[in-house]
Every structure is written in C-alpha cells, then in structure tokens.
Design a protein around this ligand. Structure first.
Ligand SMILES: *Cc1c(COP(=O)(O)O)cnc(C)c1O
Length: 450
C-alpha cells in the first residue's frame, strides 16, 4: 500500500481525510421552492382568501384523482387527518386500535381523544412495518381497527394484512405519511384500507407547508369526518343519520386547511411525479453501490414484486454488527458522519414502552387512560407489552442520506464513505466502549438529514 492510499484509508474519525469532499449544493434542500410556488402562494395571499375553501377543494380533487379515490378531505396537518379518519371509522370508547409500535406518535395517540385503547403490534425486521402475524395475535373481540403505517417509505405487507382484517371484520386506516407515491405490488399505498391519511408537512416527501389529507371511497367515513371537525362544510352532509347534527363541529375541532398550503400543494402535485422519479433513481443508485457490502443492507422492496418506496422519506438501512466484529451502531454511524455523510442510528423509538401508554392518566379518569374505558375489571398490567423485534431495532437500523437529485458523483462519494468505514472497521473496535443504549427518538424531523 502506498503512502497516499494509507492516508486515504485512515478513517476521518481517527484523524484521516474525509471521504465526502464535494459541495452538496442543493442535494438535500427540501422542499424545492420555485417561482411557480411563489406565484401560487402570493396570489392567494394578495386576494386574502387564506381561510377560504376554493383552492383547498381544487387540491383535494387533484389528490383524489391521483390516487383514484372518491373523497379527499384536507386539513391542517396529518395528525388531524388521522383523528378525523378514526372518527370516520366510528372508533369510540372501549374499542381497541392496533398499531405498530415503531412509528411516529401521531399514528395512534389520537385514539385517546376518542376513548379508544391503543394496542401495539411488533414489526417485521426487514420492512419496519407491522408484522402481519403479530397483528393477528393482538386481535381481541374489542379490536375495531388497525393503523397500518407504510414506514420509512416501505409499503406494508398488504395482502396478508387485508386478509386478516377481513377475516376478523377489522377496519384498516393506512397512515401513508412516510410513503407518498409508494407502490405495493404495483398499486399505490393509500388505496388499500377503508381510509387513508397523509401528512403533508414540510419534511415529508410530498410537502406543502403544514397540511394533511384523508382519502376514502366511503361516503359515511367522509361525512363523519366533516361533521367532526369541518363545520364550514356541513352543507356537504347528505346522510340522514348525520344531517340533524350539522352546523356545529361534533368533535369541537376546526380542521380547515390554510389556503397558502393548498396553493403550494397544487403546484407540488404537478411536480411530485418528476421529483419522486428523480429521488427513486438517486436512492436506488446509492443502494446499488452498497449492495453486498458487509455489515449493512439497503432496505428497499424486491423490484420483481413491483413494490417501490415512492419518495423514500427517512430512508434506512439494516445493520448487521456480527459482520463487523460486533462494532456498535453508534460508533459505526459516528465514523460515517465523520467522513462527511449522513448516518443516524435507530429510527422512531418503540411507543409501547412510553409511560403515556403504561401509566399516565391524561384526562383524570383516576386510572391510566389506556384502560379508562374498558370497564372496572381492566388492569393496566394486561396492556403493558414486550415487543422483541421493535425493541431490538434501534440497534439494527440507521438512517442514510436522502438524496433529492440523481447526481452520481456526489452519491458515489457518500457510498464511498460507507465502504471506507466498513473496510476499516477493525480500527474502530479498540475504543468501542460507548455502547448502543438509548438510540432513536420520538421525532424524526429534526435529524441532520434535511
Ligand atoms: C408526520 C407523521 C404524522 C403526522 O403528521 P403531521 O402533519 O406532522 O401532523 C403521522 N404519522 C406519521 C407516520 C408521520 O410521520
């Protein structure tokens, strides 16, 4: 080995030169804001129609057309869309709602508002999405619905999930907030369950500012959501069971979308397919460069199944420490970051262990909210869960760069950073004492990747 190769292979964490030297330019800039967006937003701003409904309705119409669903209802954020979807499904006191433990909190915490009880299911270690077998194991006579999260861009195993749900008469709410445009066996996520919800906030792969949207083919779900939190649209209510209550929001919420977001969103819907195609090319190129490298495994669907990751929000790889001498994930990631790339250990922390679900009395029922509506014999101990895969995943996955442009020279440098750390991992073992306790977090938005 020559002297120059020697310095090249010395890890940056140990004083060597960085592998990533290119200026990233706007590689990670998100959202991509053009003059077209500025014009659309200014038009609404100058007309003063921020609280109107005309632009929002156009946005809903295009979104529904894009997914081929009958009804779309836009709101202020994904959290609100999911609450509306839950009310739309008539989830109420005493109902159990199953949800994967690894997800962002807004997939499930809203169930508390409706008096329902969250029940967590374990995840599949290859997809980080709900494990269909564990979902089935969690079903009880109280189970009303399952929230299926297409996590970190990966479509969940819908064939198995839909078969189980149908067999037990359980409704499916798809949380597509991580997976705009993703396909499961050639069909778009958000078109499988009774109802789907998407976050459209600034960090997501279809960002419109702050916003969220609910989609369904079921008129009753749509009208219940309107009744609950969209009082200004109660003229759309047609069902006899709901009509007498029109006029006031049944839930006491106001979930109107800001029209600056709707205007921004209309432009985004036009540009999204091309942006998504570009991201898909870039991310697949990055994965291709790292396929077969010891210790790490790109996470993407098997292309032969016609499943895709769409916008690749919050992309992750698997970590296999036994192929790298047992190197801790924390130290591996620190070494890759020192090379100038993005590498964050863990993902969304499992929810099931948080005291919000094991002890907190949120509304003063005199017992944990989790069991507040289950009758006097319910015990919180019966709802405290152990989910081995979810609990292990913080040490088994890491976040990789989310490239917004297919620029191969930059992508190659980032892949080289990963290879360099893998090739020289032995140099990291001697001081690997920090360990992997407490990785991941409850929010992904503020990671260094955007
Ligand atoms: C972002 C997100 C939400 C909530 O959306 P907001 O627009 O932030 O309210 C819900 N579920 C998942 C999985 C998310 O990532």
């Amino acid at each position: 080995m020559g002297a120059s190769e020697g310095t090249k292979s010395k890890l940056a964490l140990l004083g060597g030169a960085k592998a990533v030297t290119c200026d990233p330019g706007d590689m990670f800039t998100w959202p991509i804001v053009s003059e077209q967006h500025e014009r659309a937003v200014l038009e609404v701003l100058r007309s003063g129609r921020m609280s109107g409904l005309d632009v929002t309705r156009q946005f809903e119409k295009r979104y529904a057309e894009m997914l081929g669903r009958k009804y779309a209802l836009a709101g202020p954020n994904g959290t609100a869309a999911i609450l509306d979807a839950m009310y739309g499904l008539a989830i109420g006191p005493g109902d159990e709602v199953i949800c994967p433990s690894i997800t962002y909190w807004a997939s499930i915490v809203q169930a508390y508002v409706l008096g329902a009880t969250p029940v967590f299911a374990d995840v599949d270690p290859d997809t980080l999405c709900i494990d269909p077998q564990d979902f089935e194991r969690r079903i009880t006579p109280r189970t009303k619905a399952v929230v299926v999260v297409h996590y970190a861009g990966m479509p969940a195993e819908m064939d198995a999930i839909m078969e189980i749900a149908a067999g037990h008469k359980i409704k499916i709410l798809e949380d597509c907030s991580h997976a705009h445009g993703a396909l499961y066996k050639g069909k778009e996520v958000g078109t499988f369950g009774e109802v789907a919800a998407f976050s459209l906030m600034t960090g997501k792969s279809l960002p419109i500012g702050e916003g969220g949207i609910l989609l369904t083919d079921d008129r009753r779900i749509y009208e219940r959501a309107l009744l609950y939190s969209h009082y200004a649209r109660h003229d759309e209510i047609t069902l006899d069971e709901l009509k007498p209550f029109a006029g006031l929001p049944a839930g006491g919420f106001k979930h109107r979308m800001h029209q600056l977001s709707a205007a921004f969103g209309l432009v985004q819907l036009e540009l999204f397919p091309a942006q998504m195609a570009e991201i898909d090319k870039a991310m697949n190129a990055f994965c291709d460069l790292l396929e077969g490298v010891p210790g790490i495994r790109p996470m993407r669907p098997d292309a032969s199944t016609r499943s895709t990751k769409g916008g690749w929000y919050y992309p992750h790889f698997k970590y296999v420490p036994q192929e790298l001498g047992g190197l801790s994930l924390s130290r591996f990631c620190a070494a890759v970051r020192a090379e100038g790339s993005v590498c964050n250990p863990g993902c969304n922390k499992p929810l099931h262990g948080h005291p919000l679900f094991t002890e907190m009395d949120v509304y003063g029922h005199g017992r944990p909210t989790r069991i507040a509506h289950l009758g006097d014999t319910a015990r919180i101990e019966d709802y405290v869960q152990t989910l081995p895969v979810a609990e292990r995943m913080m040490q088994r996955v890491f976040e990789v760069p989310w490239f917004k442009h297919d620029r191969r020279a930059i992508i190659a440098e980032h892949a080289a950073a990963y290879r360099k750390v893998v090739d020289n991992h032995a140099a990291l073992l001697p001081d690997d004492s920090a360990g992997d306790a407490d990785l991941g977090g409850y929010s992904s938005f503020f990671s260094a990747n955007r």
